[in-house]
Design a protein around this ligand. Structure first.
Ligand code: FAD
Length: 483
């Protein structure tokens, strides 16, 4: 083991790209040590996968923001690429650091890799310590009365709500070291997408980095939090926080969010239940981590193994029409185009598009999860897998497979004003609300007047709703017969 009080610490940033309320940085501050901030671009990340394209876009901006915050404090963010164990080994000798601190990850094979790195450092006589930097509580913190982790969300939420208290925030360092230590230029990593660069719309929507995260939280608390419970399902409204990519990249800690919301509740926010409803979503994120921590294969494999025998179709053409937002179901197409244009999609619409893929199109949820992984700026190994498996019916506490969302009525109910479809499917913008979510039901004159030619300017439905629903239910019956 290293010495009790390190004098010089490498803080290895991962999905915790911030200075405020960062337990690993705080431990280094407490030891009064010199801090060498490091980021390592590893070949694979969560679940042994490569970073998705949209995540790379975000990472590029977020690292630049962190680099600038560190340089304002007199230091340098040392960026290196490659095998983390080797990079850290080299950096220990180049900096003379006697400790390495980092935030924990909860996916495999990353946890094993981190354990190996810890051991290798300790064998060299270097103190190596990991901290919780990205969750409210560790995935093993809450146990059911009969022992074991929570497999159902509601009791987990009740347990967290009644007992969790966010610890006091920890202080950001005032100074950093690192000047004079070699590192790559972030620009040389070419994280910004090319061939094609589909990220042009991202800049209009996002400000990656710690400041952007704080601004998002503030603007959410100044307005939408009050009506969150009512508006959170409405993609035609700005009813949610948009914090997911900031939370995923760790630009704000969930404890900071929790404290800020609790602050409003404690000061007598009238719409208290709305604020609690928002906190429950923050806890859905935690729950996803509980699930993946205890089921490391959940990122790629069915949580419920009975789905291993599901007879998914294999159909590249249908998959591509779904990916491109050309299914002929306006709410689905709007969602898929929003995803492509902004790197984000509203939660309600994520459920609708996932239901269409896994039920009407009978394609394996992993195909949708892969697409989301590549195109979402908040692509997260735990929440993405949990969201897909929840919708497909194969997850823990999942929506049953036979619950097939009707993309027409979902659109009518949640995009009541039609603003969402009109924004992302402008070719439908002149259709009256009555027909907006089912253009094929509009009469010839209505379509003509709206300038729509079905099959040409906008597709006909990829599969008729009742037919798609029936095919899904039949597949479900066949699966049940195999048990
Ligand atoms: P808000 O409504 O403002 O919620 C606040 C925060 O709570 C979010 O930022 C997010 O961190 C968390 N949260 C909200 N809903 C959920 C949820 N259902 N599960 C887990 N955490 C939640 N979320 C991701 O962060 N990354 C993903 O890769 C991801 N993939 C998904 C895939 C599918 C098929 C589905 C149905 C959901 C997925 N979600 C994912 C969850 C959810 O859609 C997003 O977190 C949410 O839309 C983000 O928008 P927001 O920040 O405005 O959310």
């Amino acid at each position: 083991m290293g010495q009790e009080n390190p004098t010089s610490v490498i803080v290895w940033f991962r999905n915790d790209l911030r200075l405020a309320d960062h337990a690993a940085l705080a431990a280094a501050v407490k030891a009064d040590a010199k801090i060498f901030p490091v980021y390592i671009l590893e070949d694979t990340v969560a679940g042994g996968r490569k970073l998705g394209g949209a995540s790379k876009w975000w990472l590029d901006k977020s690292l630049k923001s962190l680099r600038s915050a560190i340089s304002q404090r007199g230091g340098k963010l040392i960026c290196r690429k490659g095998d983390a164990e080797k990079v850290l080994h080299d950096l220990v000798s180049e900096t003379g650091a006697d400790a390495v601190f980092w935030g924990r990850r909860y996916t495999q094979p990353e946890m094993d890799r981190d354990a190996d790195i810890k051991k290798a450092l300790q064998d060299e006589g270097i103190e190596a310590e990991s901290f919780n930097t990205c969750l409210l509580t560790e995935p093993w913190s809450y146990q059911t009365t009969s022992g074991g982790y929570y497999k159902v969300f509601t009791p987990y939420w009740r347990a967290v709500r009644s007992s969790f208290e966010a610890p006091d925030p920890v202080q950001a360092p005032e100074t950093f070291a690192g000047i004079g230590i070699n590192g790559d230029e972030i620009e040389s990593w070419e994280l910004h997408p090319s061939k094609p660069d589909w990220s042009k719309g991202f800049d209009d929507m996002w400000t990656p980095g710690e400041e952007g995260a704080q601004e998002r939280l503030q603007s959410f608390l100044d307005g939408p939090v009050r009506e969150y419970e009512e508006m959170r399902n409405r993609p035609d409204q700005d009813g949610t926080s948009g914090l997911s990519p900031h939370l995923h990249h760790g630009e704000i800690s969930p404890a900071t969010v929790w404290r800020a919301v609790m602050g409003r509740i404690n000061r007598g926010l009238q719409e208290e239940e709305s604020a609690w409803s928002f906190l429950s979503e923050i806890v859905w994120r935690e729950f996803s981590y509980v699930l993946i921590y205890h089921n490391p294969k959940m990122g790629r494999e069915n949580y419920d193994s009975k789905f291993n025998k599901m007879e998914w179709r294999s159909n590249k053409k249908d998959l591509e029409l779904w990916q491109k937002g050309k299914t002929g179901y306006p709410i689905v197409d709007a969602g898929m185009r929003q995803l492509w244009a902004t790197g984000w999609m509203h939660n309600r619409v994520r459920m609708i598009v996932a239901s269409l893929l896994t039920k009407h199109l009978l394609l394996n949820w992993t195909e949708g999860e892969d697409w989301f992984w590549d195109t979402l700026v908040d692509a997260d190994p735990a929440s993405n897998a949990a969201g897909w498996q929840w919708t497909a019916g194969s997850g823990a506490d999942a929506s049953p497979y036979f619950r097939v969302f009707n993309p027409i009525t979902q659109g009518q109910k949640f995009d009541q004003t039609g603003a969402y479809v009109r924004r992302w499917c402008p070719e439908l913008k002149k259709l009256p609300n009555k027909h907006l979510h089912a253009p094929w039901e509009a009469g010839r004159h209505v379509l003509e007047k709206a300038g729509i030619e079905l099959g040409k300017t906008y597709p006909r439905p990829i599969i008729e709703h009742r037919q798609g629903r029936q095919r899904a239910l039949d597949a479900w019956e066949t699966l049940k017969g195999k048990q």
